[in-house]
Write a protein that binds this ligand. Structure first.
Ligand SMILES: *Cc1c(COP(=O)(O)O)cnc(C)c1O
Length: 395
């Protein structure tokens, strides 16, 4: 058998190096330095009962397999599965459970996750509790005998609340359940939940991992041998597996993950500090501020703060003016790419969440979310400054 996996990189390498070299430093068949896009839906069998390791593209593909090896290494897991989007990954995770099971979910999280669980899985008989998981007392209070899993985002989207991963792992493991952590906001460069006790890491690879606002992808990463077969079966049966070209784009993006994350973090800090000094801004939510309520927890479980910032304006009337006035920063849904994006969670990422729950999470009509890209922070500040000045002229 000619393997498309040549030689795995030696153990003990840093994340910077693993991001560049991925699962294998070169491809075994031809020596190609850039892993080829195996754009084939099916693979020939050498003979009856024989296989190259690949048969039909929904189940496996060499380009996707290389990406999965890369993700597993970056998150320090034994296994990774690549899906057509982050939602495909989350949906596969939920299918590990059965009607009647109770799952505890971060109240402040990506609106699409809420929609998937509430509009679909709830009607199949799953039950969910939406809890502020950054509050240890509420987290403990929400646990039930039938709780089979905790699913958290930390930092959360969009309020940047930080949840104690070790505490969640301890609480759910006492009941024999699973902890899944959506690590999209920090990427494996800044946080590795498996090392803190999580059973599964979820990623929207669409964001920091792919990093260029040009493709969607999603991942589950884990080290649980007992989950590997069931998850592979879900991936293969459901058809939400990632295609070869999108696998390649994501691999290509990951090569510069370390460089980009350092730059996102630098710009994020500069802009968070600038925003905090602005007359029209009431409050800035940024995990890198020493007065962030979970600053110490964040320092204990993550290595940095990415480029994600949310802020309350003093006046809701400023929102449309800002969205219309920014020119370098694009008014668009999504995050984690090289281009800076500004989002209005109320009508975009969190529109699926009912008002009482949205308001309880803090998503009001004055909240804006900024994904700081890799442009010059000074240029981005000038763009925001011009938009704020426009607000002052349009009372
Ligand atoms: C975008 C996002 C998702 C969903 O991922 P898609 O790739 O858009 O399907 C899930 N979680 C978080 C935190 C996200 O930002």
């Amino acid at each position: 058998m000619i393997s498309t996996e040549a030689c795995p990189p030696p153990a003990g390498l840093s994340l910077d190096t693993l991001a560049v070299h991925g699962g294998s430093p070169f491809e075994g068949l031809t020596g190609a330095v850039s892993v080829p896009i195996y754009q084939s839906s099916t693979f020939r069998h050498p003979g009856l009962g024989e296989s190259t390791g690949f048969d039909y593209g929904r189940g496996s593909n060499p380009t996707r397999a290389e990406l999965e090896r890369t993700l597993a290494r970056l998150e320090g897991g034994a296994y990774a599965l690549a899906f057509a989007s982050g939602m495909g990954a989350i949906s596969a995770f939920i299918k590990l459970f059965k009607p009647g099971d109770h799952l505890l979910i971060s109240e402040d999280l990506y609106g699409g996750t809420y929609r998937l669980l509430n509009d679909f899985y709830r009607s199949y008989g799953f039950s969910f509790s939406w809890v502020d998981t950054s509050d240890a007392a509420r987290l403990r209070g929400a646990m039930r005998d039938e709780t089979r899993a905790i699913f958290i985002e930390t930092p959360s989207n969009p309020m940047m609340k930080v949840t104690d991963i070790r505490l969640c792992a301890d609480l759910i493991h006492r009941r024999g359940g699973l902890l899944a952590v959506d690590n999209t906001f920090l990427s494996p460069y800044f946080q590795n939940p498996l090392a803190l006790g999580a059973d599964l890491v979820v990623h929207s690879g669409t964001k920091y991992l792919a990093g260029h606002n040009d493709t969607l992808s999603g991942f589950l990463v884990h080290s649980r041998e007992d989950l590997e077969e069931p998850l592979r079966n879900i991936q293969k049966s459901e058809g939400a597996s990632l295609g070869p070209f999108d696998s390649w784009l994501t691999l290509r993006g990951i090569k510069t993950l370390a460089l980009r994350m350092e730059r996102h973090a630098l710009g994020g800090r500069k802009i968070a500090e600038w925003l905090r000094g602005q007359e029209r801004v009431e409050k800035v939510f940024y995990t890198g501020f020493e007065d962030h309520p979970q600053f110490r927890l964040s320092a204990a479980q993550a290595r940095g703060h990415s480029g994600m910032i949310s802020f309350y304006l003093k006046r809701a009337a400023d929102v449309p003016v800002i969205l219309r006035s920014v020119s370098l920063i694009l008014f668009a849904e999504s995050l984690g790419g090289v281009e800076s994006l500004i989002t209005y969670p109320l009508v975009q990422t969190h529109s699926a969440i009912p008002e009482p729950m949205r308001l309880s999470a803090g998503v009001n009509d004055r909240l804006m979310r900024l994904s700081v890209g890799i442009e010059s922070p000074d240029d981005l500040i000038a763009d925001l400054d011009a938009a704020f000045k426009r607000c002052a002229r349009e009372p």
